[in-house]
Design a protein around this ligand. Structure first.
Ligand code: GLN
Length: 484
């Protein structure tokens, strides 16, 4: 059966037209048949899935309902899943089986979600193309010679090819929105603190945030409302009630003010992206919004700021992988130092090592003030730009990326050009704000994305904007050919 929206699937389950076990079997069959080309999964969890599906079917036959109950899904392999390999795309954790569930996994399980597997990703979520994974690159279902974006590229490719109805992701500098844009799906990164980071393998703790990749804003709303909420085990989790996002997506947008930062439309944006944006802005105006140009003067500093702050935090977070406590351990070490050195040398890939080196450097005595402290100050400026803009506007809108998906291998030799792909997404993480990406057209046969940024904790607002945009456009319904 084709998977068209969570509401339709839940209705089919409730009406007895299908069962969770049947859905899981169909999803696994499709993944086994097609994922050889995409490489979007790191592991499939057939037994775990069938057990959960049987439980869901029993609940449904007792008359229980739930918008995610019995519906298959996939977790990015950065979320700890009890008894299931959790690799973060790294050789370092290739043999790691998590002893507990992440907060997000727990919540979705509680809602009856049925995990069928774990998705491929850039190693420790460091990357914009899903090419740094120990398990090999992920293909873009629109063009297998192109990247699906990253780091949540496995989740994005799997959802775009309709292998699963939705998947989780994480976004430290764009890793949900950018792959959503490059694969033609909807992705939302919530406000920092909205979704628990407990059991989510840490990359840069002050920026990391879990979220959703799904075909539509309506589906993303249903998943986010199950996934979000306070978790005392995450000290940065915020104790704010979670609205029922899916019930709010039709709230009127009349008179809402949209700012389009001119930094988002400046040079370097491909003509096809600019053209799609121009049309999208007219459509948003058609929904009753007032659209005008604005400015985020420090946004241009967000990439260099991020590439000090994120590696600094990563170098500290990744110190725990020492070959002793868990994860990869080098064979036949000569002594303790050799054990540390070789375990890290052999267990980490090149991009992760680059980040650890940069991070250790900017935190070192003598460079701390010049780099790390200065970056923290600039981060405050960037956050202040967003604060000022949100005094005037309800939403900020622009392209998610400057161009459509690039070729596999095109940017791997040039880290800086890879880093620049996140130029429009990174500022949002530095400011801790919620943002989503929705499909807004094509460049040739490749999708491009529209980014919608909201005030802190206004996920409901951006989901309503995204949903109503999707009522007047059909880009999100386009499915790449050949993935039936
Ligand atoms: N591409 C960015 C990086 O490599 C962001 C990754 C992410 O959001 N996890 O750091």
């Amino acid at each position: 059966m084709t998977l068209h929206g969570l509401k339709a699937i839940a209705a089919a389950l409730a009406a007895g037209e299908t069962t969770s076990v049947a859905l899981v079997e169909a999803v696994l069959e499709k993944i086994e048949r097609l994922d050889g080309k995409l490489n979007s999964f790191v592991s499939l969890t057939r037994d775990v899935a069938l057990r959960a599906a049987r439980r869901a079917d029993a609940a449904i036959s007792r008359g229980e309902t739930g918008s995610l109950l019995g519906i298959p899904m996939a977790h990015k392999d950065i979320f700890c899943t009890e008894g299931v390999k959790t690799s973060a795309g790294s050789r370092m954790l290739d043999s790691f089986t998590a002893p507990y569930d992440a907060g997000v996994v727990e919540r979705l399980k509680h809602a009856g979600a049925v995990m069928v597997g774990k998705t491929n990703m850039d190693e420790f979520a460091m990357g914009s193309s899903s090419e740094t994974s120990f398990y090999g690159p992920v293909g873009n279902p629109w063009d297998l010679g192109r990247v699906p974006g990253g780091s949540s590229g496995g989740s994005a490719a799997a959802v775009a090819a309709r292998l699963v109805p939705y998947a989780t992701g994480t976004d430290t500098g764009g890793s949900i929105r950018q792959p959503a844009a490059l694969t033609g799906i909807t992705g939302i990164k919530p406000t920092y603190g909205r979704v628990s980071r407990y059991g989510m393998i840490a990359f840069a703790s002050s920026l990391d945030q879990g979220g959703v990749l799904a075909p539509s804003a309506e589906d993303a709303a249903l998943v986010l409302e199950a996934m979000a909420g306070f978790d005392p085990r995450d000290s940065t989790s915020v104790d704010e009630p979670v609205p029922e996002y899916s019930a709010l997506v039709d709230e009127s947008l009349r008179g809402r003010r949209i700012g389009v930062p001119k930094e988002f439309i400046a040079s370097g944006v491909d003509p096809a992206v600019s053209a799609a944006l121009a049309t999208a802005l007219e459509q948003l105006a058609g929904l009753g919004c007032e659209v005008e140009e604005t400015s985020l003067p420090h946004l241009g500093l967000s990439v260099p700021t991020y590439y000090v702050v994120a590696p600094a935090e990563a170098s500290a977070n990744l110190a725990r992988y020492d070959g002793v406590r868990f994860g990869y351990r080098a064979e036949n070490p000569a002594n303790l130092t050799d054990l540390y050195e070789r375990s890290r040398r052999e267990g980490f890939g090149a991009e992760v090592k680059r980040r650890i080196l940069i991070g250790t450097f900017v935190l070192s005595h003598g460079y701390y003030d010049a780099y790390y402290l200065r970056a923290q100050r600039v981060r405050q400026r960037i956050a202040a730009d967003f604060r000022h803009a949100f005094e005037r506007y309800d939403f900020l809108v622009g392209p998610t990326t400057p161009s459509a998906a690039f070729r596999l291998g095109e940017k791997t030799a040039d880290p800086v050009s890879m880093y620049l792909n996140d130029i429009f997404t990174i500022g949002v993480n530095l400011a801790g704000l919620p943002a989503c990406s929705v499909p807004m057209g094509f460049d040739g046969n490749l999708p491009v994305g529209l980014q919608m940024i909201g005030k802190a904790f206004d996920e409901a607002g951006i989901l309503a904007l995204a949903h109503q945009y999707q009522q007047v456009t059909d880009w999100h319904r386009r499915v790449p050919p050949r993935w039936e």
